[in-house]
Design a protein. Structure first.
Length: 355
């Protein structure tokens, strides 16, 4: 089960949050676990709250002013409630100094106390995604995870189908490598999955026939990414004899793959000699980007096809006689002699003059 202790949190976020450890050192072994994300009524991190339990309490200037305004007995009782129960650690933000009574209470109850130079709101916004990432359930998938045109794209498929070779081609075209072979995926939001690389495999890409390549050393710093949000899965598949026969050429609905309860759009590409898979992957990503912006090229084509069929039907249907006014004779016979826009199978056929 994923877990994070206070000592690890301090070491990994010290510089990011500008932290100083000033009290409650005996509580360094206190642990946050994955259960903290799903416990009803318990907040993970937030501003000081003496009513609803919060695991990590952020105290700002106004909170310190409130505590100082209390009587001695009321303050002692408030500090006891603040330092015990569900509280794992306390952070004094806004660049404020911790008063002596708060340091004494944290030492008494072994509650780690830190100073942060960050504003309380900024502190909470910076720490929350870190905790979500470290404590989320992690699943490992076989594939290559890339940043293609700014979108996290995972390439999957059977072993030896050419995932790493395709990734190398995409990297040479400007993509960034996140992970090869083993991709660690974790949920950071209700509909958001993020991927990263195990530490031991970071920066490396294995290409059969060449060996293990250090992508950072070969292509530079901009060719690797520490993590990326998973937006699209491209699955490589060797087609059978019936693959193309049963393929829906005008597919209007994309398939999906469920990872940690989140459905990820999935595109399946057939690995056939002569196909430029790198171009196809980039085209799939561009097509997905357009779909996220509300444009579907397949639907647009079908709408045009339907409109052209309606025009053909309307042109071939005789008009009803007008009883109020005499019907004028047609002045041209072009419509009668013009070739049909659709052949016998109902497929649209453009005029040669229109290209």
């Amino acid at each position: 089960m994923p877990q994070l202790n206070v000592q690890q949190l301090f070491e990994e976020r010290r510089d990011k949050l500008q932290l100083t450890w000033i009290g409650g050192h005996d509580g360094a072994s206190r642990v946050l676990t994955n259960d903290a994300l799903n416990r009803p009524g318990v907040g993970l991190v937030g501003h000081m709250n003496l009513v609803h339990p919060i695991l990590i309490q952020a105290i700002g200037e106004s909170d310190l002013a409130y505590l100082s305004s209390l009587s001695t007995d009321a303050r002692i009782e408030s500090l006891k409630r603040l330092c015990t129960g569900e509280t794992v650690s306390i952070f004094v933000c806004d660049g404020m100094d911790a008063p002596g009574y708060l340091i004494e209470a944290c030492d008494q109850y072994n509650t780690p106390l830190f100073l942060s130079q960050k504003k309380g709101r900024v502190f909470v916004n910076l720490l929350r995604p870190y905790l979500q990432r470290e404590l989320s359930e992690v699943t490992t998938k076989h594939g290559v995870f890339l940043d293609v045109l700014g979108f996290g794209t995972m390439i999957t498929g059977n072993s030896q189908i050419g995932k790493s070779e395709l990734a190398l081609e995409l990297i040479s075209r400007g993509a960034g490598l996140v992970a090869d072979d083993a991709v660690e995926l974790f949920q950071i939001g209700p509909e958001t999955i993020q991927g990263r690389c195990p530490t031991i495999l970071r920066d490396f890409l294995e290409v059969r026939g060449i060996g293990v390549l250090n992508i950072r050393a070969i292509f530079g710093e901009t060719a690797v990414r520490p993590r990326k949000t998973l937006r699209l899965i491209v699955h490589l598949e060797r087609p059978t004899e019936d693959y193309f026969r049963g393929l829906d050429r005008l597919q209007t609905k994309s398939s999906t793959t469920t990872i940690l309860g989140v459905e990820i759009p999935t595109v399946t590409l057939a690995v056939v000699a002569g196909r430029n898979l790198a171009v196809l992957v980039e085209a799939a990503v561009r097509h997905y980007i357009l779909q996220t912006r509300g444009y579907d090229s397949t639907k647009d084509f079908l709408d045009r096809h339907e409109a052209a069929m309606r025009e053909q039907i309307d042109a071939s249907t005789p008009a009803l006689p007008n009883t109020k006014a005499p019907r004028l004779a047609p002045t041209t016979t072009e419509s009668a002699s013009a070739p049909p826009m659709f052949d016998e199978s109902g497929i649209f056929r453009a005029y040669e003059s229109e290209g």
